[in-house]
Design a protein around this ligand. Structure first.
Ligand code: NAD
Length: 362
């Protein structure tokens, strides 16, 4: 089958890591009989340089017409770059926000997986990390506190700021469906995280999630308060399979979950619409400090392309093959500089890491 992918290399290390992800996808295509066709799209600082804006309407339209989108990263050196001497809506990162909004990407999926080979990089004690952990955070991305009405005013001479947290049942239902669908492809366990002891929006969240659960009898559902979840992530991370949560809780918990894996260069992510369309990107930024030096770890982007195979194209065995190739290369002792923790390891650059992984796909 032929899949059309809009590829956004972006800025900094973006072009290097995206090149390696495409190398790995092409190898998977060769082995399993698929064709991936790439159309390059400018977004971020490179688009500002070329067109004066971080995302043009044509670039967004190219992404919209594709089967899915692969992104490296956008942005430059925030304190020291001409791209930031402008209004916030003209900065590189504004392109990404416009892309998410323009494509209606409301579901953010971030896996947090501890590779046994990288256990030394995990900040948790060995007895806590146990046999490792393998979870996915399903975060609602376009509602809640970050998008509610807000204002600041003086009330009786005192400056007062108001933010509002709004969710309607449709917004909750569609993200819950994503979480249960994802659980069906995994260990069939959803933990829905809220603050139902305090917030009305959380009580509605719980009610709707329970309704959705009825359509998934094979999936076990439980609820957890967000403060407890923050503790459980560092006390017993192995208990989680799919964590379903709203925008702000997900923002905080997904960063916590990713940090306990200990390696930012390994963390993939996807943002999806109601259907199969998604934007796949590493969780890290454009790392301008190491750009162009062949030092970047391409694994987060390669694992993001595996997510694309699984979630957008339903290519399960192809996604497994990419993930297994990553595991094999790590087991053989190859590391980029950022994950050189331990003895007897072989340091490689971004390009070689991509080649090693591609070569192990079979
Ligand atoms: P960053 O994630 O780019 O870098 C943080 C640190 O991690 C740096 O030391 C960097 O060298 C290292 N690092 C990151 N990815 C790595 C990789 N794949 N391999 C090896 N080391 C890696 O975060 P930052 O420095 O805060 O931000 C840099 C720029 O990226 C800023 O302009 C920021 O706005 C942008 N940013 C973009 C995105 C995105 O495009 N989605 C996300 C976050 C930050």
């Amino acid at each position: 089958m032929n899949y059309h992918i809009a590829v956004i290399p972006g800025d900094g290390i973006g072009p290097e890591i995206v090149r390696e992800a495409c190398k790995v996808m092409d190898r998977a295509g060769q082995v399993f009989g698929h064709q991936f066709t790439y159309t390059e799209v400018l977004m971020g600082g490179c688009s500002i340089d070329a067109h004066g804006v971080p995302l043009t309407e044509e670039a967004l339209e190219t992404a919209r017409k594709s089967d899915s989108v692969l992104l490296g990263a956008v942005g430059g050196n925030v304190g020291n770059s001409r791209w930031y001497d402008v209004a916030p809506n003209l900065r590189p990162e504004a392109g990404l926000l416009a892309m998410r909004k323009g494509l209606n990407l409301f579901a953010n999926i971030r896996p947090a997986y501890l590779y046994p080979e990288l256990a030394d990089a995990c900040p948790l004690k060995r007895e806590v990390a146990g046999d490792g952990f393998d979870m996915v955070i399903m975060r609602e991305l376009t509602g809640g506190l970050y998008f509610g009405k807000r204002h600041t005013e003086e009330v009786d001479g005192v400056l007062t700021a108001v933010d509002t947290l709004t969710y309607n049942e449709n917004e909750i239902r569609r993200i819950a469906v994503k979480a249960f669908d994802t659980a069906m492809k995994r260990r069939k366990k959803v933990i829905s995280v809220d603050k139902a002891n305090v917030l009305d929006s959380s009580r509605l969240w719980r009610k709707v999630v329970e309704e959705v659960a009825k359509d998934y009898p094979e999936v076990s559902l439980s609820h957890m308060l967000v403060d407890n979840c923050a503790m459980q992530l560092v006390m017993n991370p192995g208990q989680f399979d799919v964590i379903l949560t709203e925008n702000m809780f997900g923002d905080i918990l997904s960063d916590e979950a990713s940090m306990i894996t200990g390696s930012i260069g390994m963390l993939s992510s996807a943002s999806m619409n109601e259907g199969k369309f998604g934007l796949y990107e590493p969780s890290h930024g454009s790392a301008p400090d190491i750009a162009g030096k062949d030092l970047a770890n391409p694994i987060a982007t390669i694992l993001s392309s595996a997510m694309m195979l699984r979630y957008s194209f339903d290519l399960e065995k192809e996604a497994d093959a990419v993930e297994n190739a990553v595991k094999q290369v790590l087991a053989e002792g190859y590391r980029t500089a950022d994950i050189m923790v331990g003895d007897g390891l072989k340091e490689v650059g971004c390009t070689q890491m991509g080649t090693l992984i591609a070569d192990r796909i079979r």
